[in-house]
Design a protein around this ligand. Structure first.
Ligand code: FE2
Length: 394
């Protein structure tokens, strides 16, 4: 009897299952170092184990014996072929339901999961587009046939298809700041479809691409849709900007997250920028209504998501619960930042240069640079995390 074929699943399939109640064991066959550096993380609770591919090559019997018998197994590897090989070995050795990830861990790293934020009868659509592999969020506003993206990742095909499916074309791309932790999709969108790049100029002085400079307090809109107000909110970077849409949603970039704030040390001026961030939190955000929904650029864990797996919270709630609002003065805030400092991954320098339009890399290099969870939050969650060297190799 011919051996059963393993089942090929996509990163989207994996995310859909992790968003429910996953009933399988996830088996990662990358080497231990890569597994420690970057792993699949989703909302669901599941057993996730690591048995390197080379262990299967060296000693198939012992390695198969380490896989929990009688379970459904989903295998992940770097590219696809090792996971396929291991899946076939498991099927040949008593397992009956085994799948392997199409295009490997990079496809997980680049996968985007949209969540609609506006009700069906609203005059415009706003979507949060979560990138589970980076723990980051981009956004798309659609009004009439026009769409704008905010902080797009480099997977621009997704955004173009997503807009097209809704009868819209992307005309503008907004950046909340010059990203250090992932390769932004704004330049590729400008090159591919002529999208107008909208940024606060402080982070993009001398940029290697044309952009439209924004100013604090400026308002604009798409197709006579809701007001988009530019709110300069520096601290994470000097040009950090939030966008207040329809007096209702604040796309806060890396200024404020659900549980923390953006780290102000990435520019090498931790003390000075801590103070700037403190004043942004205490003055700029104080002036924004408590019922505005904060939509952050990053999250730390899925525990921050609401029941609809959306990362959002009202500003009033954050003022009560988010640690960033709970320092009695700027000195205590700066001390907290100082205590939680951790090295930034070495690759961030090159990513910043790419996002400024000064460096171009090929797709393979881009995928390797862009893989790994963000390190943008000023919390101690990431303190024990990724060293510069390991991130570079992740
Ligand atoms: Fe950032």
């Amino acid at each position: 009897m011919p051996a059963q074929e393993p089942y090929l699943y996509s990163a989207e399939d994996l995310f859909a299952q992790l968003s429910g109640n996953p009933d399988f064991v996830l088996l990662d066959v990358r080497n231990e170092k890569d597994f420690q550096n970057f792993a699949v993380e989703g909302p669901g609770f599941l057993p996730y184990i690591n048995i390197p591919y080379y262990d299967f090559i060296e000693d198939i019997e012992t390695s198969v014996a380490r896989v929990p018998a009688g379970q459904k197994i989903r295998v992940v590897c770097a590219k696809e072929n090792s996971a396929k090989f291991v899946s076939e070995q498991l099927l040949a050795n008593g397992f009956s339901d085994v799948g392997y990830l199409q295009d490997g861990i990079v496809s997980w790293g680049n996968m985007l999961a949209p969540r609609k934020l506006t009700p069906d009868d609203a005059p415009y659509e706003l979507h949060q587009i979560i990138r589970p592999g980076k723990a980051s969020c981009s956004y798309m506003l659609i009004v009439g046939g026009e769409a704008a993206v905010f902080d797009p990742s480099a997977n621009i095909q997704f955004y173009q298809d997503f807009a097209k499916e809704r009868g819209a074309k992307i005309t503008k791309t907004f950046e909340t700041h010059r990203q250090a932790d992932y390769i932004a999709g704004s330049i590729p969108l400008q090159e591919a479809i002529g999208a107008e790049i909208m940024v606060m100029p402080q982070d993009f002085t001398g940029a290697g691409f044309p952009f439209t400079p924004l100013a604090d307090g400026q308002t604009l809109s798409l197709s006579n849709g809701p007001e988009i107000k530019v709110v300069h909110s520096p601290g994470h970077t000097l040009g950090s900007t939030s966008y207040l849409i329809d007096h209702t949603f604040l796309l806060s970039g890396d200024t404020i997250f659900i549980q923390s704030a953006g780290r102000p040390d990435l520019g090498g001026k931790s003390e000075e920028w801590s103070r700037i961030l403190y004043l942004t939190l205490m003055i700029t955000l104080r002036d924004i209504a408590d019922n505005v929904l904060i939509l952050p650029g990053h999250y730390t864990t899925w525990a921050e998501a609401n029941d609809d797996l959306i990362f959002a919270a009202h500003l009033g709630e954050l003022k009560k619960k988010n640690i960033a609002f709970h320092f009695i003065h700027e000195g205590k805030f700066a001390a907290f930042i100082e205590e939680n400092l951790r090295p930034q991954p070495a690759v961030y320098g090159d990513i910043r240069r790419i996002n400024g339009g000064w460096l171009k890399v090929d797709l393979e290099e881009q995928n390797s640079m862009d893989l790994g969870k963000n390190e943008c939050g000023a919390s101690n969650y990431g303190k024990a995390g990724v060293s510069a060297e390991s991130q570079r190799q992740g």
